[in-house]
Design a protein around this ligand. Structure first.
Ligand code: HEC
Length: 166
């Protein structure tokens, strides 16, 4: 009995030491600034209301600008948040929107509509803390994405009927 308590105590101390040590592992912050999404907002006619929705629900993982909560400074929470930001940006980075082809933009918006309709975005772990999108916010995102897809479709079509210049 006594032996196992001693063992647990040693384990506890090792755990505490590990927790202190990992605080010193550096994690690069995703903080380029809001300028990084302005080109996306301008190109796709994002209204101020919609920009507020993106800012509060999407940019943290899908742009080069994350608004970090206070607990994000604590390891291992910071590793976990960093993983989500990296993964989210890999799939869909609104700070890189101008570099996407029209086809890709159209496809990403199609995926956005799906994810938002099925309430798969924002990620559940995010909505626990930040709250979910309201029905109106969801609809606003979908309406905007559908409108924007139309303009990209027109652009694609215009390109395909352009006479070949040798
Ligand atoms: C906590 C981080 C996080 C937040 C917040 C978040 N996402 Fe995501 N998103 C991810 C991750 C991680 C993936 C990739 C894995 C997956 O699909 O589950 C992803 C995937 C996506 C995809 C699919 C892209 C593809 O290529 O498959 C779309 C579209 C998307 N998110 C849109 C949104 C929108 C719109 C919001 C805001 C309403 C949002 N996300 C909020 C992390 C996030």
């Amino acid at each position: 009995m006594k032996k196992s308590i001693k063992f647990l105590r040693i384990l506890g101390v090792i755990g505490l030491i590990a927790l202190v040590v990992i605080q010193f592992i550096p994690v690069e912050e995703n903080k380029q600034g809001y300028e990084s999404v302005l080109a996306f907002e301008a190109e796709t006619n994002v209204s101020p209301e919609l920009a507020a929705i993106f800012k509060a629900n999407c940019y943290d993982c899908h742009s080069n600008q994350t608004q970090y909560p206070w607990y994000s400074a604590v390891a291992p929470i910071n590793f976990w948040l960093d993983e989500h930001v990296r993964d989210g940006k890999k799939h869909f980075n609104l700070s890189q929107w101008p570099e996407y082809s029209i086809k890709r933009k159209d496809h990403k918006l199609e995926e956005l509509i799906e994810e938002v309709e099925e309430a798969e975005m924002p990620l559940p772990s995010y909505t626990w803390v930040h709250g979910s999108l309201s029905e109106d916010q969801r609809q606003a995102l979908i309406d905007w994405a559908q409108m924007t897809r139309l303009t990209y479709r027109l652009e694609l079509e215009a390109k395909s009927v352009e006479p070949e210049v040798n």
